[in-house]
Design a binder for this molecule. Sequence first.
Ligand code: SF4
Ligand code: SF4
Length: 258
Amino acid sequence: MNDLDFDCTMCGKCCHGLRLALTVDEARAWLRRGGRVELMCEAIPWPVEPVAENREAQYRHARSFPAASGTLPVRIAVLLVATFEGACPNLGADMRCGIYHERPLVCRIYPAEINPFVVLAPASKGCPPDAWQGTPMIRHGQLIDSEVQASIDQARTASARDVPAKAQLCATLGLAHAALANEGFVTYAPESHALLAALDALSDVTPGSRDARATPWNFVSNRHETVETLTSIGALAAAPAPTHAYGYLGFFAATPAG
Ligand code: SF4
Ligand code: SF4
């Protein structure tokens, strides 16, 4: 990774119109403050277990739970995300965070990356060009700021720790649709009071306390060839259903059937 310099310009762009990934505890706190939280689901075909040396697959394995789509083994990864259009409800007129000492980990980390297999690319960030100068941020592949690194470590630990709770949450809320990983997300926007109640009921969840494989999962894709391929290998797959209770966020242009 190239060396990078960075000084936040306080432009506030990273506090506007976002989906902020939250830990389970942060999602509860966000909802209690009156904010909106949605769920984003993706499914990864998982026909065989990867070798131990495949560190990227092991990282994904630790942040997903096992399930099945038809006869295809899959792993389901779920994000809890704070959603808002325009300014974050916690952003002050002076562009300062109103919950600075309790802000989510992802706000402490941005623009650094949490996923160790994603290289930080300034062009993919909302920060203006003049932010990428000044204070050394990355040297020899290592973040200089130990507080940011500690927040990244916390976020990685939480994303693995939260997996059983998220499996339970999906079962409680009856969620069973997901986009193909790297092609998009299926989004669910439950009523805030229902989501908070479901999150509060998770306190006794322990790993393996509920087998998510009991629920058949359905792939959703806006690309005809994806639906055909997944169906051909035994999965349940279909185009987004306009009347269903989920939304679909596709990264690619739709290719309709026919
Ligand atoms: S919680 Fe604070 S830092 Fe995070 S997006 Fe909102 S205003 Fe910005
Ligand atoms: S978008 Fe970048 S420069 Fe602007 S406030 Fe956020 S971290 Fe700072």
